[in-house]
Design a protein around this ligand. Structure first.
Ligand code: NAD
Ligand code: ZN
Length: 378
């Protein structure tokens, strides 16, 4: 038993004191895990666009000071009362949405929207007692989506932790804890393209390229990548994207360009931008009669989706998903196995790495639209 069990741990965390200001590395106190909670030692974390959104406070009412971060890998340090399926030393991925295994959603084969632990971006506290486990000199520091991985130690509900193969390299599978699994699952589990079909991917960041990997694995014959940033196209060539489209190069709306390229529209589309106009284009570019569009990007808090209802009547389907419809505890270990079996390559998603003390560089890279995932080594 480690000597820290049951003790408050003081460690380094990157605190967001206010919206849009660089994170500050602080010494924080991390309380021991309570009932159905686990305390994790985070070894690697990476930056996903959702962290950037909430740091910029574009998608929410602001909750500050806060410890952001949700894409990560680590090791269980200690477990709270009632935790039976995790033990100190287990290798894990924390996930922003949970699986209690008891509610109607967890029992449904279709849903991963757990009633107890589904993503809640406004809540900055633990559900057991409505309090934070982080503090600085007694002042509470709020949590983010139940994970707060920009800290050497964090406390997470057991339902938001996937136990994985201990042989999996944590510096690589870290990116499966959000972005890549989200994109992959959005295609494989929700859009479900058939062999030989055409798929449009809007937004070629790590989430979109995860979606493109899903299309490649499903045997799609045309994968059309759409992005406003032309530097993404070079990167996307490694991901089986067959054609590239920059909406800025065309006078017509991009959905019309896609309809012309594909004799009426693509069979499937997956939107991974967070921009509502891209969401509308992604829906309107699918073929009538059978086309399915899947929304993944997190929209601006005031965004409204507008389309003519006739687009739906003409037998197009619009769907959305969190975490690619994967149930974190039940399904994520098998996504890790896809990497271990070399079905899925993760190295090509990891374009940068910085030490924890330089975490703000990861924000700068994402703001500039450079690279895909930046691994932050704790
Ligand atoms: P990213 O910033 O790396 O990539 C987004 C890409 O979209 C960029 O290349 C950008 O140039 C492009 N883009 C922006 N507006 C566009 C437009 N109008 N048309 C075409 N391309 C456009 O971000 P990421 O980490 O890959 O995340 C993508 C989105 O997915 C974000 O909105 C993020 O919040 C969201 N997300 C959702 C879930 C979920 O479970 N639903 C999980 C993770 C991330
Ligand atoms: Zn994410």
């Amino acid at each position: 038993m480690s000597s820290t069990v049951g003790q408050v741990i003081t460690c380094k965390a990157a605190v967001a004191w206010e919206a849009g200001k660089p994170l500050v590395i602080e010494e924080v106190e991390v309380a021991p895990p309570q009932k159905m909670e686990v305390r994790l030692k985070i070894l690697f974390t990476s930056l996903c666009h959702t962290d950037l959104y909430f740091w910029e406070a574009k998608a929410q009412d602001s909750v500050f000071p806060r410890i952001l971060g949700h894409e990560a890998s680590g090791i269980v340090e200690s477990v709270g009362e009632g935790v039976t399926d995790l033990a100190p030393g287990d290798h894990v991925l924390p996930v922003f949405t949970g699986e209690c295994k008891e509610c109607a959603h967890c029992k449904s084969e279709e849903s991963n929207m757990c009633s107890l632990l589904r993503i809640n971006t406004d809540r900055g506290v633990m559900i057991n007692d409505g309090k934070t486990r982080f503090s600085i000199n007694g002042k509470p520091i709020y949590h983010f989506v139940g994970t707060s991985t920009f800290s050497e130690y964090t406390v997470v509900h057991v339902g938001c932790v996937a136990k994985i193969n201990p042989l999996a390299p944590l510096d690589k599978v870290c990116v499966l804890s959000c972005g890549i699994s989200t994109g992959l699952g959005a295609t494989l589990n929700v859009a479900k393209p058939t062999k030989g079909s055409s798929v449009a991917i809007f937004g070629l960041g790590a989430v979109g390229l995860g979606a493109a990997e899903g299309a490649r694995l499903a045997g799609a014959s045309r994968i059309i990548g759409v992005d406003l940033n032309p530097s993404r196209f070079e990167e996307a060539k490694k991901f089986g994207v067959t054609e590239f489209l920059n909406p800025k190069d065309h006078k017509k709306p991009v959905q019309e360009v896609i309809a012309e390229m594909t004799d009426g529209g693509v069979d499937r589309s997956v939107e991974c931008t967070g921009n509502v106009n891209a969401m509308i284009s992604a829906f309107e570019c699918v073929h009538d009669g059978w086309g399915v569009a899947v929304l993944v990007g997190v929209p601006h808090k005031d965004a409204e989706f507008k389309t003519h209802p006739m687009n739906l009547l003409n037998e197009r389907t619009l769907k959305g998903t969190f975490f690619g419809n994967y149930k974190p505890r039940s399904d994520l270990p098998s996504v890790v196995e896809m990497y271990m079996n070399k079905e899925l390559e993760l190295e090509k998603f990891i374009t940068h790495e910085v030490p924890f003390l330089e975490i703000n560089k990861a924000f700068e890279l994402m703001l500039k639209g450079e690279g895909l995932r930046c691994i932050i080594r704790m």
